[in-house]
Design a binder for this molecule. Sequence first.
Ligand SMILES: C[S@@+](CC[C@H](N)C(=O)[O-])C[C@H]1O[C@@H](n2cnc3c(N)ncnc32)[C@H](O)[C@@H]1O
Length: 221
Amino acid sequence: MPVIARDLPTGMVAKAYGRWAHVYDGLCKHLFQPAHVAAAEAANRIGGEVLEVGVGTGLLLPLYSRNLRVTGVDLSPAMLLKAQERVEREGLRHVHALDIADVHTMAHPDERYDAIVFPFVLTLVSHPETALDNSLRMLKPGGEIIIVSHFRSQNRYLAGFESAVAPLIAGVGLRPDFPVSRIATWCDAKADCTMQEPVPLGVGRVYSLLRIVKRPRGERR
Ligand SMILES: C[S@@+](CC[C@H](N)C(=O)[O-])C[C@H]1O[C@@H](n2cnc3c(N)ncnc32)[C@H](O)[C@@H]1O
């Protein structure tokens, strides 16, 4: 699949988050908290085996129910090290593994996970549709892909601003102009996907929670 011009190259994102690791929690913990809580609650309702993609410093990990079995993956060793420290510091025994992996190519078994969570990640990956394809493969029928992110504003002036600043902040691993319609288009083309209506979150409703359900086998279109 061709890379769409403004998608972020994987190497650039990995490098950017290597730099973010030491300041990330201080800058993002409170800002992202409503979205993190909503994503964890959605996963907790499903239960079972959970994959968190782009686990970063592990800010969501304490929010998951202790009866889940959580695997976290990330491109950035520096971010993962922070997540590992958090797991040890807070005794998060529901965290089964933290591994370096790229969501586009990771080869975990088919239909392994009940839920796959993308907190502030999907809009940053270099091939979002490939990342979603691989996630759908790893998801059990009846399972959910849970996404929280900022998406391009519906307000045309704000959307214009987001498009203008996007090239300026790509180098620090941010992508403010990603349209939610791109995920809807991907989902519409799949026989086994249903996308739920996005739920706005946070101050100014700047983030959204998006749930994609993988239909059970007998219910495919
Ligand atoms: C904005 S941070 C979000 C961290 C965490 N999920 C949170 O919400 O606090 C994005 C994370 O996604 C990771 N990431 C970006 N592209 C990725 C990919 N292709 N595969 C796995 N992780 C990726 C980055 O290294 C970074 O740690």
